[in-house]
Write a protein that binds this ligand. Structure first.
Ligand code: FAD
Length: 363
């Protein structure tokens, strides 16, 4: 079976890895990975076209549950075990942080945590923390002047490790070829003839094909803060949008993200930058001495339903609309794509089908 994946950001990468995970060493399978950028980008995420690479990597099925219907919530919870298994398969245990997620609010906003709990699904997973519990879990936050709770069943993917190890795994596989090329609309008809399957995972760049796709902007800053010692992500409840402070390793943190209904790709507005910095400082005063390493923004590919979707067009499968849940819902979508290829292309049961339902995406 010859497969072309167009777009090796988050979803395309998950599809490629899932094919290899499920087929093992099947010599009949070849995967050509087309991407507008080379596989080894500079360690800095500054110039990336993949929003997956600049994401915070949060696996927050509970904190995000107010976005989800019941079925999507169940799918999102499964992502935690998926990523744990993937980190084992990639032999990268440090990529997966399963210490849970803290939820914080200001001292003068005591109603925020009860309201947050009331709105979420699976609220029994959320517990308020006493000072003693906090001292054991996250001693560096003991001087924080506010309220804190814990969601112990949430997790985090350390993005730099995931991209580094998955790139190595793909490049070292004789069945996989990386082709650094920007695929145009015209190229797709040639690809359709040359391959059994073409998987279109271009994220927001597929807007010319999916007319209802829109971008929702997110801003994020990366800081080096050696005096802050956090071992798990913190979600700070904020009147406009929650802001996350996420440890990504080597004393680095990402602080994000804004949620702006705009496809603007100009530099961050001072107001939004101040929101991010102010929240980090409110959580831990040592952020005032941190070094701002880089500032990023990206457009989350979003469909009108707010949910991801798969479009089945002959031997071309287009998947998109992961919005702010690429790490949570991407694995289910990737598994479904792999199942679709197995059902139609070969009698050999290459791939394990799964239950995520495909729906029609508007053109
Ligand atoms: C600031 C920010 C923080 C986020 N944090 C989280 C988080 O904590 N948890 C979470 O679950 N989600 C998060 N998200 C959302 C997540 O990043 C997206 O849902 C996800 O990355 C979308 O994946 P994708 O593969 O569709 O697109 P992308 O990851 O953007 O990948 C698209 C790929 O296609 C390539 N490409 C584009 N056009 C072409 C072409 N013509 N030819 C060849 N290649 C092409 C690009 O180079 C890129 O590699 C965040 C998003 C933002 C913006």
């Amino acid at each position: 079976m010859k497969i072309a994946i167009v777009g090796m950001g988050l979803l395309g990468r998950l599809v490629a890895l899932e094919c290899l995970r499920q087929t093992g060493l099947d010599e009949e399978l070849t995967i050509d990975c087309y991407n507008s950028q080379p596989p080894i980008e500079n360690e800095s995420i500054r110039h990336t076209q993949s929003v997956g690479r600049l994401a915070a990597g949060l696996l927050g099925p509970y904190t995000e549950s107010w976005h989800f219907d019941e079925q999507t919530f169940e799918e999102a919870k499964l992502a935690i075990s998926y990523w744990e298994a993937l980190s084992e398969w990639l032999n990268a245990p440090k990529m997966f942080n399963s210490k849970g997620c803290l939820v914080a609010c200001h001292v003068n906003d005591p109603g925020a945590l009860p309201l947050f709990k009331q709105r979420m699904q699976g609220a029994d997973q959320f517990s308020l923390l006493t000072k003693n519990e906090l001292l054991k879990l996250e001693p560096s936050l003991c001087s924080f002047n506010g309220h804190l709770g814990l969601l112990s069943h949430e997790a985090q993917i350390k993005i730099p490790i995931f991209y580094r190890t998955s790139t190595d795994r793909l490049l070292n596989d004789s069945q996989v070829k990386w082709i650094s090329k920007t695929v145009t609309a015209k190229d797709f008809s040639h690809l359709s003839k040359a391959y059994d399957w073409i998987i279109d995972c271009r994220g927001f760049a597929a807007k010319e094909h999916l007319k209802d796709l829109r971008g929702i902007r997110g801003d994020l800053i990366q800081m080096w803060a050696p005096d802050v010692k956090l071992s798990r992500p913190v979600r700070f409840l904020h009147p406009k949008h929650p802001i996350y402070i996420v440890p990504i390793g080597s004393q680095n943190y990402v602080i994000g993200t804004t949620e702006i209904e705009s496809e603007d790709i100009e530099p961050i507005r001072a107001r939004n930058l101040m929101d991010l910095l102010h929240t980090a400082y409110a959580l831990h005063p040592a952020f005032a001495e941190a070094r701002v390493q880089s500032i990023h923004h990206g457009l989350r590919p979003t469909l009108p339903s707010g949910k991801p979707d798969i479009l089945d067009e002959g031997n071309r499968i287009t998947a998109n609309g992961l919005y702010r849940h690429g790490y949570l819902l991407g694995p289910g979508i990737a598994q479904q794509i792999v199942g679709m290829m197995g059902m139609n292309a070969s009698k050999k049961a290459f791939f394990k089908p799964n239950t995520f339902k495909a729906c029609e995406t508007p053109h």
